[in-house]
Design a protein around this ligand. Structure first.
Ligand code: MG
Length: 499
């Protein structure tokens, strides 16, 4: 049975064999809507389109869904096969976080890659940046990181990585999606199937690369014998970060070390999820508390008093440290704290802002030859290691900064520009978001409206940013001001638009 397509002026709707409806928006955003009704038919796309859109999201940044309800082995194998076809049966590195579903998804990925003739190098349970770096180090054609990052335990995803070790860009991602949608997959016969190999040194290679950084004086860090509490949330960090810390001479207390994927709390490393870490820092009289997300690309810090310093300050610390050593361009996303602008100004450096999404920041960093960049959610990107967010690199830079300054982490934070940020989410099912955003633009009193990604209204020493999430069906609203009170006041002035 061939795929049936219905043309529309705004979007194309593809129906597929398994009663799925795939909608390609005019902006290239793709959602595959899986009908939950057994008898819903490909002949009735209008019924299927109204099914919940939340269970499987296909975008250039990856294939993300709820395990067993959207993200099935069939879907995983289809996209892995499409990726294997796109890679022309080349060498592909795969790594995964510790999720319970990780092994099932890994097997489906491997099946798709072997079926399309790929040579698969499995590096095991690792951080996403470790997989990206291994693609480069092992001279592979690409990679697949199996992880739903900070999303809850019932989610999993494939993040597709290109030959340079970067996530696929828009054009590359669309090519893979097209191959999958058109079922234009080059399956190989028995004598041309791929082979799988296992590589155990990817984490150590990553650690070695960090310890060799020109910015680090590892013996100086070792001399400080930092007491560190690390919360690995039972993700991939447990088999990686404690090892790195010990190599830097730290005394380490590990929380949630076992990489079994049963997260003891919401795995996003934001302040409200870090109580256990904060208490442990106080009890253990530690110098610093660290938290990483399940795939270890985001880093949050708790100071020696058990106070989370705020995820935005992870990048702010790293930027301040790097610019003090090597002034140059900085690239951040549209939602990142203006503390970075102030820090860059102090060193006479330029800040460039991009759309949200690691690949957008990475690409711009490359273009501007930036010395550091990242995303305010705790994602530090240092080109010397890799053009991707890496919590481990962030940890090394912060410990170096601490040891060189001789200050405590709370004191170091006080030297940085002080802002407060509030992040909220609005469920898209309840509002007509495009209409609301237009009303906001029409009625705003801002100094500047920035449309880099969604709508950002910029005032003197404050801003508010509305944007649709790339990974969840929500509208993210982020507001930043000099004080909590100012931030709350600005945020509340917009609540009437969402009633
Ligand atoms: Mg992550």
């Amino acid at each position: 049975m061939k795929n049936k397509k219905t043309k529309s002026t705004k979007s194309k709707v593809h129906t597929t064999k398994d009663s799925a409806v795939v909608k390609i928006s005019s902006k290239g955003r793709i959602k595959e809507l899986i009908s939950t009704k057994k008898n819903s038919s490909a002949k009735q796309p209008s019924q299927t389109v109204s099914a919940p859109a939340t269970n499987l999201m296909i975008s250039v940044s990856g294939i993300r869904g709820i395990v067993g309800d959207g993200l099935t082995p069939e879907v995983v194998t289809k996209y892995a096969s499409a990726f294997g076809t796109w890679a022309n049966g080349g060498k592909i590195v795969i790594g995964r976080d510790s999720r319970v579903s990780g092994e099932m998804v890994r097997m489906a990925v491997v099946a798709g890659l072997l079926a399309t003739g790929c040579r698969v190098i499995d590096i095991g349970i690792v951080s996403t940046p470790t997989t990206e770096i291994a693609v480069k180090n092992l001279k592979a054609y690409g990679g697949i990181a199996i992880t739903a990052s900070h999303n809850p335990v019932n989610w999993n995803a494939l993040k597709l990585i290109g030959p340079k070790g970067l996530f696929l860009d828009q054009a590359q991602g669309n090519e893979v999606i097209e191959l999958a949608l058109k079922e234009n997959i080059q399956y190989q016969h028995w004598d041309r199937l791929g082979k799988i190999e296992y590589y155990d040194h990817a984490i150590q290679n990553h650690i070695d690369q960090i310890l060799e950084l020109e910015y680090l004086n590892v013996s100086q860090i070792r001399d400080r014998r930092f007491k560190v509490v690390i919360d690995c949330v039972n993700g991939a960090g447990g088999i990686f970060i404690p090892k790195l810390l010990r190599e830097m001479g730290c005394e380490v207390l590990i929380l949630n070390e076992e990489p079994h994927g049963i997260f003891p709390r919401n795995p996003e490393p934001v302040a409200e999820n870090l109580n256990q870490l904060a208490n442990a820092v106080i009890e253990y009289k530690a110098d610093i508390g660290l938290a990483v997300d399940p795939d270890v690309d985001r880093l949050a810090i708790v100071d020696e008093n058990g106070q989370p310093i705020g995820e935005e300050y992870t990048l702010a610390l790293a930027v301040d440290f790097i610019l003090s050593r090597k002034p140059g361009a900085v690239v951040i996303n549209a939602s990142t704290s203006m503390a970075i602008d102030d820090i860059a100004q102090k060193y006479g450096c330029t800040v460039f802002r991009t759309k949200i999404g690691e690949i957008n920041v990475s690409t711009k960093m490359h273009e501007k030859n930036a010395v550091i960049g990242g995303e305010g959610n705790g994602g530090v990107i240092l080109p010397e290691i890799h053009y991707g967010r890496d919590a481990a690199t962030g940890i090394a830079l912060v410990l170096q900064y601490l040891s060189a300054s001789g200050k405590k982490i709370s004191e170091l934070k006080q030297t940085l520009p002080q802002y407060t940020m509030i992040k909220t989410k609005i469920d898209l099912a309840k509002v007509n978001v495009d209409q609301i955003l237009q009303k906001i633009i029409n009625k705003n009193d801002a100094k500047k409206v920035d449309r880099t990604d969604g709508v950002k209204l910029i005032y003197d020493h404050a801003w508010i940013h509305f944007r649709k999430s790339n990974t969840e069906p929500i509208l993210r609203t982020i507001v930043e001001a000099r004080t909590q009170q100012e931030a709350e006041k600005l945020l509340s002035s917009f609540t009437l638009f969402f009633k």
